[in-house]
Write a new protein. Sequence first.
Length: 428
Amino acid sequence: MEQWTFGRVGTILLALLCVAHSSIAHAAKAVSAETGAAETTRAFGVAPPTASELPGVSPDALPSAPATPPPLASPTAGPPTPASPAPSAVPDAVPATEDAAPEPVSRKWIQHTVVPGERLDDIAIRYDVSRPELIRWNKSLQGKAYIYAGRKLRIYARALPPPRQKISYRVQRGDTWSGIASKFGVRESDVRFWNQKKVKSLRAGGELLIFTNPLQPPAPPESPQEPTPVFHARAGGMSIGLPNHGRLYAGVQLAKSDLYSIRNPDEAWGSTHTVDVLVNSIIKFRETSGYRGKLEIRAMSKERGGYFKPHRSHQSGRDIDIRLPLLPSAVERQQTDADIDWAASWELIKAFAGSGEVEYIFLAYPQQRRLYAAAQTAGASNGELKTLIQFPRRPGSNHGLVRHAEGHTIHIHVRVRCSKTNDRCETY
Ligand SMILES: [Zn+2]
């Protein structure tokens, strides 16, 4: 039963797009630039984690999660971010709050012409500056709620992306609004907005006005062990800031697939890199485990990232909650860890680990014991067990890809690394 054929999956999945990003330590860094570390502690209810504390911090479902999202401008308000250290193969070394001196970044005054539908936040992200900075540099923005297309803004840019271009696109048979938006890495609402006067419905041969938004080049193939990357998400979806304090730019929406089900499409957005890693890992898992049951993708990020209940992280398009594979005997309601297929779960963990692009997988400590037993039964080597599972070391110990986090009893929380080509993505 070749239900999971790549061609089909690839085709289905190619059709999507949009944004997000987040985490704790980074919040500390970004916020402290403006308000000092004490503020950070108050805002998040916890001190910035040290390496040994981090694993104990539940990545989501915290009762103390802030009622309001953290201020959006902060991720770009701080000093230039030092390049993140090269990721090591084994995620043991969680960097503590990095205090390395920021590298000097060559900045430049530029003039930006506002594109229809563009928001101040979009422009701030684009040039890696903050919203307050934009307002400070441009008297015309002071006290205004709106910006207008065609207005010119002076910006002391930290990032210099290629300029937006106004192009005319000829509609092809079978095009959809969302497909066209996806093709150019822009928002569907913007494509509709730009063309609302002249185009009532899409007709092959018709002309659409598009302001293209060249972003980053597509990420290189994730892992050298993966000679045939099977799936590529649309390029341009960028994680910005930290998992607990960040957002998603031009995010990619996880497409429907036979490989998994999606609990809530509004919360199924990620960076290009995250969606790539997720889909390719699941393809790998389906191949190696032979598991044919349901795999449910729960929360990822919102389209534009940021805070949403009840999650603390999931803000920057790098976090994915996945309900673990179920035993055939499992009932849909009231699952417990006795309903989980732990042998298949071990294969799932290995598939993610094999991507080389996963920073952590959160799973509560008691359930790690079950995973560990299944791994032993499957013949895992001592080295593999040590590298991949924190158990039987203490729940707070800084070891293993799989780390303890409260509440993760029948689902795991996968945190994908920052893409190597994205220096706006931040990690702890
Ligand atoms: Zn989660």
